[in-house]
Design a binder for this molecule. Structure first.
Ligand code: C2O
Ligand code: CU
Ligand code: CU
Length: 475
């Protein structure tokens, strides 16, 4: 049996096992009712415990759990700490020393990767840092990056898609001096709200159904049942003031177009890894899997009104926002949010090509499928490079690079095609069918000739089926 069919088979087997014990009640799929008027769950902030060296310890325990998606149905999930689906939010400041302790109480191996975190390769939580059942693994580092909304999720070879599907993911919010002094909402859970957007399939019993066919592995495993922070079409009561939303596309393979009904105007203020230099007015934002956007919507004149946040490709409601008559804080949006330090493309030492494709039924980058024993690229520390990524296929992909944050220089050969709201630092870039992007990267820190980082398509079925490669940062 080749590696590919083995992986596919093991996915099926574990999905069957899971759905077998998934629910206690027997209801047919037509009887499954999302909970009415469900309040938006807000992932709790996890209080770190500082030790006497000043290191903040965050303790996360992963175990099987039950989550209520539908009225009267307990669905088997993977939970983190007290949360039965999606873990708590870790809040860090630039410069903090942190130690995140992940303890795995599942009966399968996982990893936990800090997506968007600029950390040494040994602390990255990729496929090379497995956490065996009943083991603890720690990511210990000094936070060294801009304010941004990042996230943690499993990254175990061939199992990422399934483990994320059952609920393993959470947010890591980084604040810095600049961002905390900005005149924008900062009250987590009040006017600064994380929204983890996902789509999920359920079987007739209300069990999560992760069982992709070959075709669904090709096109990505998708559904038109949308979850926001683990709830189906929940409701949030906002104050009549400014509302800051931190959007994460945490789906396996859905490319979302997110906006309010009635083409309501909002401002995007941050991309994956930094503030945008200027707020960008929009009526919708496209997010492919793994991408983030922070947006601000002014509700100060909306007391008593209702807004619907929608996924516009499917015309589906994500979140109902009821604006109360309680008056919230209003601000004046600064014209300039930040000044980004940018590398000069003229100083680039080389250009690397990455072509996303498919060969003999498996996904490839530059004609090669992910092989954990192969280092695909050696990237010298501190050199400016252009990475040119080509999607040679008729289907969408994206491209995520660990360790670093990049700026997009060109789309399809022209700087004019780069969208205003993708001009901040990014770690994941969307690639429509038959398209090309050029990004500028520099590996600033953490040379390690042994431990690799990953680059890959963040459509999780593609990542799990070969569309990933490894690089080391060389001294
Ligand atoms: Cu979000 Cu390589 O991961
Ligand atoms: Cu990542
Ligand atoms: Cu892909």
């Amino acid at each position: 049996m080749n590696r590919r069919s083995f992986l596919t088979l093991s996915l099926y087997t574990s999905a069957l096992l899971l759905s077998g014990c998934g629910t206690s009640s027997r209801v047919s799929v037509t009887e499954l009712k999302p909970i009415k008027n469900r309040q938006l769950p807000i992932p709790p902030l996890l209080d770190p415990t500082p030790d006497d060296q000043g290191v903040k310890h965050f303790n996360l325990t992963i175990q099987k759990s039950f989550h209520t998606f539908f009225d009267g149905v307990q669905t088997t999930t993977y939970g983190i700490n007290e949360s039965s689906y999606l873990g708590p939010t870790l809040l860090m400041k630039n410069g903090d020393r942190v130690k995140i302790n992940y303890t795995n109480h599942l009966d399968e191996t996982i990893t936990m990767h800090g997506h968007g975190m600029h950390v040494p390769a040994q602390m990255d939580g990729g496929p090379h840092q497995p956490i065996l059942p009943n083991a603890t693994w720690s990511a210990e580092y000094r936070v060294k990056q801009n304010a941004s909304t990042n996230w943690y999720h499993p990254h175990f070879m061939g199992k990422t898609a399934e483990q994320v599907y059952y609920g393993l993911a959470g947010l890591i919010i980084v604040e810095d001096k600049e961002s905390s002094q900005l005149n924008i909402p900062h009250n987590y859970g009040i006017d600064d709200i994380p929204l983890v957007l996902q789509d999920r399939r359920f079987n007739a019993n209300g069990a999560l159904d992760y069982s992709p066919s070959r075709r669904e592995i090709m096109h990505g495993y998708q559904s038109d049942i949308f979850l926001v922070n683990g709830a189906i079409e929940p409701t949030f009561t906002a104050q009549a003031g400014w509302l800051r939303l931190r959007l994460l596309n945490g789906s396996n393979a859905g490319v979302y177009e997110v906006g309010f009904h009635n083409e309501r105007l909002f401002y995007q203020i941050a991309s994956d890894n930094s503030l945008l230099e200027k707020p960008v007015p929009l009526t919708s934002v496209r997010l492919s899997p793994g991408e983030r956007a922070e947006i601000i919507v002014d509700l100060s004149n909306d007391a008593g009104n209702t807004l619907i946040l929608k996924e516009l490709n499917h015309q589906k409601d994500l979140l109902t926002i009821n604006v109360s008559t309680a008056f919230g804080a209003t601000y004046t949006l600064p014209n300039q949010l930040t000044t980004l330090v940018k590398e000069d493309p003229a100083t680039a030492v080389r250009t690397r090509q990455f072509t996303l494709g498919m060969q003999r039924g498996t996904f490839t980058i530059n004609g090669q499928s992910m092989d954990i024993n192969v280092i695909n690229e050696y990237v010298p520390i501190d050199q400016v490079e252009i990475w040119e990524i080509t999607n040679s296929m008729m289907m969408p992909h994206n491209f995520h690079i660990h360790a670093t944050h990049f700026l997009i220089l060109e789309r399809d050969g022209s700087a004019a095609n780069v969208l205003e709201n993708e001009k901040g630092y990014k770690d994941t870039v969307y690639l429509p069918p038959n398209s090309r992007v050029k990004v500028i990267v520099r590996m600033r820190d953490y040379a390690d000739a042994q431990a690799p980082y990953m680059y890959h398509c963040h459509f999780l079925e593609h990542e799990d089926h070969g569309m990933m490669g490894q690089f080391v940062v060389t001294p």
